[in-house]
Unconditional design. Structure first.
Lengths: 338, 338
DNA sequence: CTGAAAGCGCTTACAG
DNA sequence: CTGAAAGCGCTTACAG
């Protein structure tokens, strides 16, 4: 028990004893067993993290941010759902069995059993990558619906009128609820402007990436050859669409403007650079980590349950005006909302 | 203890008792505490995974493969080193404290303390993403040196002679030992062919990605304007180099051929598609997972300590011959080695 | 087939 | 400032 004290807080042990213990630890290569420690102290220092996939630079950034903000004393327990609600339920159950002190979920959060388990877990639950007004417990994110609206508003502000959006199928099981919210925001904005809903193309299943964007663009160019502006629900998909245009000799942004989402490094480094909606992916992780540490230490009760980190429109090389812009709305940025 | 039996193996409990237990479990929402279970059974069912970074699609693929092969009963404990050996040591120590049953390391594996801890851990250690002839314990990967040689051989076979390779600085801490091995293999091949070592440009620090490739290419085009072929140590870097060429109006592959490494989805979907060296990133994870399960169950002792999954040259749109190809070596594939 | 006992390796009070 | 005792919630033999 004295060893335990030396390792936990050396200052409360007499210098001479401390030295003796340290020497023994060194010689034996003693590494304390945190499994036993966790059981005894009822603190595992685990934080569970549930993501749809890790092959998405945004989610990778979020988990890096979370790991950094939690610091060395907490260990992340990561699981992937592949956008499947059944898999998510299995994952929540097995993570909870490890007795994490908090659970961070960017999954689809669907089955009733999942919700019940989360509610009854007795630990802080943080839903990330969306900012619902009434989260299960807490939320850190932004409004995906607003992101879709902002994309539409930007394309409209350039004078473009024949618009489309590409995402994945919404009513199947793997499915991407956040991407769907962006599509709906996009359609809603067009409706507000009284120009129909545009063409909302739900193609293939989540997760969407390069190949998805290329395939969807191929379909779109065939069925709507005069399309002027396209919003893809992720930068990966936007990149695929851009490459498909290049293959078909369709000029971007000359003939069609393309707008992505997520501000991936890929889009910044691409030539032309991809116009996008920036979200602070790493910041979502960092903010979540800080919130959890507060909650673990009994602080943070006054933090609002839903934290909205906002979005920002970033116009770059893949969008351009038609010349006939009769724009009422010239803003290129949503700014920060909270 | 009967509850424990029902949950572990229902068949050994009388049907009636079993039913009673199941009903109670259901009603109470009982989730067994694996922390206590682990301590008692001395099996945590944890597998530690140490990666340089998750923001690299290859490593993300490897971890997905590993997770799938290990299956539901094992939980991955993931840590990032950011290519820093000190961070790696800290990570190994804290992972070992969780008493994993196996440890998978794609880190840089540098400090003496790290090696000592790994040797004394008493669990299977699998080094991945390289296949050294004498691993610490076991290894699953391929030869990075051979990958570099293969890249050089491919560029030479196209008749290109003014060659260069771009990677990151080798003698600092963060540094990428596997990327460096590729550079050295590249230089070695050129030497074998008696045409010097080419220009080996070690620029910036690991990890290398899009922006790195662009910056390195900028430097290279300035100091070696007549360069004919470039090997980048990752497809991310190759993509950045390709974009930089486009910005500067340098035709690829017309004026300069570019070759990457890793066969990222990005390179396949890019236009022109990036010539690369394919490694089976997900397969490395899968193979490692299967090996670990064998070892956990007392099998797999006869498996060779070092498993080489081989590499394959994949010529695509960013490399083309000069016309003056006096190639002795037309092979476009390394095939599978073991 | 089921239950009582011991113990996994720590931490947390509690004495001294 | 340091040590002896109890206990965290399971699993593993061992009896019955």
């Amino acid at each position: 028990m004295t060893v335990s004290r030396v390792l936990a807080d050396p200052s409360i042990v007499a210098p001479e004893t401390r030295e003796r213990v340290m020497r023994a630890v060194e010689q034996l290569g003693y590494v304390p067993d945190l499994v036993a420690g966790s059981l005894s102290s009822r603190r595992t220092n685990f934080v569970g993290l549930i993501l749809p996939t890790l092959t998405n630079s945004n989610f990778a950034d979020t988990s890096q941010g979370l790991a950094e903000a939690l610091g060395q004393s907490y260990q992340l327990l990561i699981g992937y759902t592949l956008y499947d609600t059944g898999e998510e339920e299995r994952l929540v159950r097995s993570l909870l069995a490890r007795r994490p002190q908090g659970l961070v979920v960017a999954g689809t959060l669907h089955t009733a059993a999942t919700r019940r388990m989360l509610m009854n877990a007795g630990i802080p639950i943080v839903e990330i990558w969306d900012a619902p007004s009434a989260p299960l417990d807490r939320a850190v994110g932004f409004s995906n619906f607003e992101a879709g609206r902002a994309a539409a508003r930007h394309l409209l502000s350039l004078g473009l009128r024949r618009l489309a959006a590409i995402g994945s199928e919404a009513d199947k099981d793997p499915h991407d609820a956040r991407g769907e919210a962006r599509l709906q925001g996009f359609a809603a904005m067009l409706k507000e402007e009284g120009i129909g809903t545009g063409r909302i193309l739900r193609h293939g299943s989540a997760p969407v990436s390069y190949a998805h964007g290329a395939a969807a663009m191929r379909v779109l160019l065939k069925e709507m050859p005069d399309v002027e502006g396209v919003f893809a629900v992720s930068d990966g998909s936007a990149f695929g669409a851009l490459m498909e245009c290049r293959r078909q000799g369709v000029e971007v942004p000359g003939r069609v403007s393309i707008m992505g989402f997520g501000d991936f490094e890929l889009g910044r480094e691409c030539e032309p650079a991809i116009s996008t909606i920036r979200v602070d992916a790493k910041g979502i992780g960092t903010r979540t980590g800080l919130l959890l540490r507060d909650l673990f230490e009994g602080r943070g009760q006054e933090t609002p349950p839903s934290i909205d980190l906002g979005i920002e429109v970033v116009p770059r090389g893949t969008t351009a005006g038609t010349g006939r812009s009769h724009d009422r709305n010239q803003t290129s940025s949503e700014g920060r909302r909270s």
